[in-house]
Write a protein that binds this ligand. Structure first.
Ligand code: SF4
Ligand code: SF4
Length: 373
């Protein structure tokens, strides 16, 4: 296992982190039941293979993740750093502490190593967090009391706002999105690293998109076992990155990811350049179809045109067909994205004149429905 300096925390972190957001489960009588024993075995195996960072959160796995991680920690607590998160629901410091206490109870530990203000952006920070008697004051006090060892934030906002959050000087690490398909945080990641923060990456394999087999992606670097390997090695080739989290749902994933994180041979400059060129070419192809500008919306029949085309591009441009199909199936479902699938188009023609790319939307939607439906 490779280890990297975790910012200025004085800790070394494994290049692979165990994300406990997709623990193995099965559906019984319409309900999701998590396989606690297998989850614990997987966490123990990951630790055996050198993983020393486990990331959980209160709502992961229907609220079961922290509890299962807590059980897995028995006997190995001193070998791992535990990360969990505070969902900032309001501007009350007292409420933030109640949530912290609940996490400590569920994990059954005395202190959280890396405590994240969860999924924040600059607006949430200024309007809810950095307030008199607000969550920031409360968690900094909890840190003084030893309930938290390091304060962190996880981030879903514009990259320039990540820089602002880093520059507040309150945080010791950041958890953010970065992968082959989405490199928008690259500069902000470099900035965080320069400022001494540890950088943990979520979604290194594109939220599963890059985990599906894809010849188009594998072609970029012949010899890689899978798109997931390429995706993970791409993230780890960035020296500003401390750790790549993978949400693991099977023992096979634990073994495969650990093997990739074990590979100390960084991608060469030529390999990185090759990836860059191929991705740029793919992107150009994708842009030809749809830029996601939304000008064609709203559709009177609620077809989510840009999303349907985005998924079609995953299939057509990147060869990520399994992922595209599974996401397509979720459009309009209770737990899925809003709007309707391509097959709901009634061919009224209102959208087409509004598209600056002059896309034959009706025809493309038909192709999308045929390919992904
Ligand atoms: S042509 Fe289809 S997608 Fe376009 S606005 Fe009409 S129903 Fe919606
Ligand atoms: S207007 Fe055209 S390019 Fe923009 S989202 Fe709609 S289909 Fe895509």
């Amino acid at each position: 296992m490779q280890y990297r300096k975790f910012g200025q925390t004085g800790k070394d972190i494994s290049a692979l982190g165990f994300g406990a957001m997709r623990l193995p489960s099965q559906t019984v009588d319409g309900k999701t039941v998590y396989d606690e024993e297998e989850s614990i075995r997987m966490i123990h195996r990951a630790v055996e293979l050198g993983v020393n960072y486990i990331d959980t959160a209160p709502y992961y796995c229907d609220g079961q993740s922290e509890i299962i991680v807590g059980k897995a920690l028995k006997g190995i607590r001193d070998q791992v750093m535990v990360s969990t998160k505070n969902p900032i629901e309001d501007d009350s410091g007292a409420n933030a502490i109640k949530r912290l206490e609940k996490s400590l109870r569920q994990l059954d530990i005395e202190a959280i190593d890396f405590y994240h203000l969860w999924g924040i952006g600059w607006e949430t920070y200024t309007e809810k967090i950095d307030k008199p008697d607000g969550p920031l004051e409360a968690v900094l006090k909890a840190k003084e009391q030893g309930l938290i060892r390091h304060l962190s934030f996880s981030f879903h906002d514009k990259p320039e706002n990540m820089i602002k959050l880093v520059d507040t000087g309150h945080f010791e690490s950041v958890l953010c999105q970065y992968n082959l398909l989405d490199r928008s945080n690259e500069e902000a990641i470099a900035h965080a690293h320069e400022k001494g923060l540890g950088v943990v990456i979520m979604g290194p394999v594109g939220g599963g998109r890059l985990g599906a087999p894809s010849d188009a992606i594998k072609k970029m670097l012949p010899g890689m076992a899978s798109s997931a390997e390429l995706a993970m090695r791409f993230v780890l080739a960035n020296q500003s990155v401390s750790c790549a989290l993978s949400g693991m749902s099977s023992m096979a994933m634990v073994e495969e990811n650990a093997k990739v994180a074990d590979n100390k041979q960084a991608l060469s400059d030529d390999e990185l350049k090759n990836i860059e060129i191929s991705m740029a070419e793919n992107k150009k192809m994708a842009d030809l179809y749809c830029t996601g500008c939304n000008y064609c919306m709203p559709c009177p029949n609620e077809v989510n045109i840009p999303l349907n085309f985005e998924l079609m591009n995953y299939h057509r441009v990147y060869g990520l067909t399994d992922h595209a199909k599974s996401q397509y199936a979720k459009i309009g479902e209770a737990d899925g994205p809003s709007g309707k699938k391509a097959d709901a188009c009634v061919e009224c023609g209102l959208c087409e004149p509004k598209c600056p790319q002059k896309i034959a939307i009706i025809k493309q939607l038909k192709e999308t429905a045929a390919a992904l439906g």
